[in-house]
Design a protein around this ligand. Sequence first.
Ligand code: GLC
Length: 574
Amino acid sequence: MADLKWWQTAVFYQIYPRSFADGNGDGIGDFKGMIEKLDYLSDLGVNAIWLSPHFPSPNWDCGYDVADYTNVAPEYGTLEDFKTFLREAHARSIRVILDLVLNHTSDEHPWFLESKSSRDNPKSDWYVWVDKPPNNWQSCFDGEAWTYVPERDQYYYHYFMKQQPDLNWHNPEVKQAMWAAVRFWLDLGVDGYRLDAIGTVYENPDLTPHKVPFDLAGIRRASELAQTPEEKKQIEKYWYDMFRNQWAQPGLHELMKELRTVIDEYQDDRVLVAEDDDIAYLGNGEDELHLVFNFPLMRAERITPSHVRRNQKERLARLEALPVKGWPCNTLGNHDTSRIHTRLCDKQHDAALARLHAALVLTLKGTPFLYNGEEIGMTDLIITDPTKLRDTMATWYYDRLVNELKVDPQEAALRAGEMSRDKNRTPMQWSNNPNGGFSPPNVVTWLPVNPDYRNGINVRDQQNNPNSLLNYYHYLLQVRKDSPALIAGEYLPLNDTARDYLAFVRKTKEQAVLVILNFSEKKLDLDFSRLKEIRGRNLQILFSSAERLKTVKPPNALAINPFEVFLAEVEPKQ
Ligand code: GLC
C-alpha cells in the first residue's frame, strides 16, 4: 500500500456547509459548527472532507453562484474561521478539498459587474456576449440561455440560472484570474478541489440550435408525464439532444491539463476530482484529473448485483487501459440527488438495504465519497409549500407549471417539491431535541428540519444504540481501515451470473478478502468448491451482519442470511 496516494486510501465525506452544523444558532450552518463537529468526523473514521462552496454568494444556487473566490461567506464565518477549520481538520489527519466552480460566477461577482457595464471595459470579454440570441439554447435551470443587459444592449450566455453567467474560458485573462484563486487556497494548505460541472465550460462554437420540440419547462413536464419505457427513452434522448451542443465540447482536456500543472506546482499530492463520470478526464492517467466519480453506479432505480457487476466490469477495464492506470471513485449520494435511503430503498427492507449500500461503497475498489447524513439514514423531505423552497430551479419550475402550463397549483407544488434539491439538503439531524439539535429551539432553520429526527434518525440516539446505522458505518470504516485488501486490493468478481447476491474478492499480495452482499430476502447456500481463490481455505470473519462464529470452515458451502453483509479474510493456503 506504500505506493498509494492519500486520496486513494482515504474515505471522503461531503459537507454541505449550510446544513451541516449551526455553531452560532442562526439557523444556518457555519465554520464554528463544522469545527465543533470535527471530532465526530474523526471518530466516524473519515479521512477527508469535500466542502461544498463556502464563498460569498447571493445564493441563487446555494453557493454555486460565487461572488468572491477568495473569501468566506459572512454567514459561515471569516477567513480566520476557515483557517482554524483547516488547521483543526489537519490536526486530526483529515484532509480538506474545496469546491471549484469554473463554468460561471455569480452575476454579482465584480468581474461580471465590470464586464456588463459597457462593451469596452477591460473585462468586456470575460463572459460570453452576443448581440442577439443566436439560437434556441436553454439554460438547464431557468429556461432561456441568453439574457439581455441594457448597459451593453447585448445578451450573455448562462448554462445555469441567469444569475450564473458563463465565463469565457477562451480568454487567457479568465484563466489567469481563476488560477490565482486556485493558488490562494492551495497556499493556505487545502488539499485539492472537486471541480463543479466541468462539462459545461465550453459551448459548440457553431452555436447549432437544438431540434427538440420542447423548452425547459416543457421537457421537465414531459419527463414527469412519460409512462411507458418507450416514452421515457424518447424523453431521455430529448434531454441529451437539447443540451448536446452546450456540453462536453472541445477544449476541456487542454484546460484540465493546464489546471493539473497548477496543482502540480504543489509537490505534496493535492487532488482534483471532477463532477463528471467520463474517464477521459483522467487524460493519460497522470496529466489531467486524479479522479472522476462513478456516477453510473448510482444512476439506477435499484442497486442490483448485475448492475454493479456490469458497472465494475466496464469502468475498471477502462481505468486499467490508461497508460498510467486510473483509480476508481465511488459514491451513491450527494447534494444534487435524492437521498440514498429514499431513492434506493423499498420501504420494506430499508434498514438492511442501507447497510448493503454502505458496504458496497466501502468495499468496492476505489475512493469512497459519503454525503453528510447518509450515515444516520437521512431521508428526503419533500417541501410542498413553494414559499419554503430555496432551490431556485424548483421555484422557477413551479412558476412555469402554474402560469404557463396551467397545471393545478397543488400538483405543481408537489412536482416542484419533488424535483427540488432542497429535499436532500435539509439540516443535519444531531439529536432528538427540537430542530433536530441543528439549531436552538424556536430558531427558523434555513430549510425545515426533517421531522423524522424524532424517530431515531439523529446522531445522538444512534450513538447510544449499538445496532444503529451510525455505529454500523463506524464499524465498517474501521474494518476497511484495517484491511489492506479492502483499501488497495484488486477486484475479482465471483459467481458472475448470480441475481440475488454480489460476491467478489479484493486482493493484494498480503491479504485476500471475500465480500458477499446478499441483496435478496432469500437464504443462500453458496458453493465455493470450484473457486480456486477460496477452495479449501479457512475464512476469518471480518464483519457479518448475521450472528456468526469467528471462523468459517470448511468454506465450500457457505450459508448466507437474507440481506447479509459478509466480509471475511481468506486465509492463505495451509
Ligand atoms: C453542479 C453542482 C450543483 C450546481 C451546479 C451549478 O452540478 O453540484 O449543485 O447547481 O453545478 O453550479
